[in-house]
Design a protein around this ligand. Structure first.
Ligand code: EPZ
Length: 428
């Protein structure tokens, strides 16, 4: 397994970072290609392991997929095998996003339950409840969800679905199911993330009538079977990748970094907190300029569904609070176990006390390099950011987590002055 080696220094970060396309937009959009035949073309797709895993899943189902980042082409094969095997789903929970389109288009699906992951149990009960409301019969069989359309594989029926809580992939799965259901569906208490809104744009490009994607109420008029068209689309920038580099820049006094392609309107909760912490963030055309003069002030955050503070930025902001002046209270409300970066940061000298789903961070003057373990995608990123300012060398192990969601991270950080290198086949 590879490791990332970071040599901390107090050199401010200076220069430009190109923000890649959004992983969490690309994944549902790739699954939406199951809804039509023909060749779909995605542009601005990041070169990430999760993209490769999704491509492997679509190939397993009979799609021809060419991945040449930043472009991916998907061509319908002669037939489709409506199955997502455990071997692929265990690598990436988002594989569950094939469930909706498979049942909608082919009347049946056999998809491995994703199982939990490091950050939590990650149930999919909301996905399944909504599919049942659309006439689907669902049964669980030895770790697999076996789904079948009405009357033994018929066409789904439109329904009014109210999610118990806003679920990003739950909303996306049911949008794709409703895309070919008979009638007009209404989805209530939907997730409002920009990636959900982007999927709505794709379904409309394919010939659906989707209204309200990106809000908590979405109306979808199902298209006739076989009527949806392939699409050509450049996906939105990755707001979490952009936020991660925003925090990296803020770690150093004197930093001045331009994030090319960052979209301020997708990042308002994060930007508001960063500004309160003393970071200067300004829009400059199709970019954001991040500057830091003076100390970082402690701020409190509570994660929430979009447009609230994103849980995917909690670990990164915690690292900034580790070197802030004062006490910061960080509350994680989305996942039950998303503080695994805390013991690793404590080994680097951070002063953090955990109380249930709350972390109380006392800012310290200095962090110290150490060998640390990546546990999940965003925790890995937070450890790399900590290494940028820690005294000495930090080795982040098991960076396959990082490679799932950060394209060329060592090149991007190196390009703005970070001393970051990858060690192949390091001790894990
Ligand atoms: C998406 O995961 C993202 N992944 C996650 O990003 C992100 O952290 C998460 O949304 C929250 O913003 C993708 O988009 C591929 P949820 P998802 O369903 O859809 C509970 C990253 O770092 N829930 O919105 O799996 C669930 O347990 C990843 O890129 C149910 O109880 O998250 C959680 O507490 C990590 N039942 C909450 O809802 C369900 O049926 C929100 O989960 C579904 C979810």
């Amino acid at each position: 397994m590879d490791a990332i080696l970071i040599r901390g220094n107090n050199q401010p970060l200076r220069g430009r970072v190109r923000v890649s396309g959004a992983k969490n937009a690309a994944l549902p959009i790739l699954c939406a290609t199951l809804l039509s035949d023909g060749e779909s073309r995605l542009r601005n797709v990041p070169a990430l392991r999760d993209i490769d895993t999704t491509a492997a899943l679509l190939r397993f189902m009979g799609r021809n997929v060419e991945v040449n980042a930043p472009e991916v082409r998907v061509l319908a094969g002669s037939d489709v095998r409506p199955e997502a095997p455990y071997e692929l789903v265990k690598q990436m929970r988002a594989s569950v996003l094939v469930l909706g389109p498979l049942v909608a288009r082919f009347g049946r699906a056999k998809v491995s339950l994703p199982g939990g992951c490091a950050i939590g149990a990650r149930p999919i009960d909301q996905h399944l409840k909504a599919l049942e409301a659309m006439g689907c019969t669902i049964r669980l069989d030895r770790g697999y969800v076996i789904a079948e359309g009405p009357s033994g594989g018929g066409r789904l029926k439109a329904a009014e679905v109210c999610f118990d809580l806003p679920t990003v992939t739950g909303t996306e799965n049911i949008m794709m199911a409703a895309a070919l259901a008979k009638g007009r569906s209404t989805l209530l208490n939907c997730a409002r993330e920009p990636e959900v809104e982007e999927l709505g744009r794709i379904l409309n490009k394919m010939g659906c009538e989707v209204d309200g994607a990106g809000t908590d109420v979405i109306h979808i008029k199902g298209a006739e079977p076989g009527s949806l068209a392939p699409f050509d689309h450049a996906i939105i920038p990755d707001r979490i990748e952009a936020g991660t580099y925003m925090v990296a820049a803020a770690m150093h006094e004197g930093s001045d970094v331009i994030l090319d392609g960052a979209e301020l309107s997708d990042m308002e909760a994060l930007v508001s907190k960063m500004r309160s912490a003393g970071v200067d963030i300004e829009s400059e055309g199709q970019a954001l300029r991040i500057r830091r003069q003076g100390p970082i002030r402690a701020v409190n955050i509570t994660t929430a569904p979009h447009p609230g503070f994103p849980t995917d930025m909690q670990a990164q902001l915690m690292v900034l609070m580790c070197i802030a002046r004062g006490e910061s209270v960080i509350t994680e409300t989305i996942f039950e176990n998303r503080f695994m970066h805390v013991p690793e940061l404590q080994r680097m000298g951070a002063s953090i006390a955990l109380r249930g789903n709350t972390a109380v961070v006392q800012g310290v003057d200095k962090l110290y390099g150490a060998s640390v373990m990546a546990t999940d995608l965003r925790a890995s990123a937070s450890l790399v950011i900590a290494g940028l300012v820690a005294e000495g060398e930090t080795e982040v192990r098991r960076v396959y987590h990082l490679d799932r969601g950060y394209e060329h991270i060592e090149e991007k950080l190196g390009g703005i002055g970070g001393n970051v290198a990858r060690v192949r086949n390091a001790e894990s």
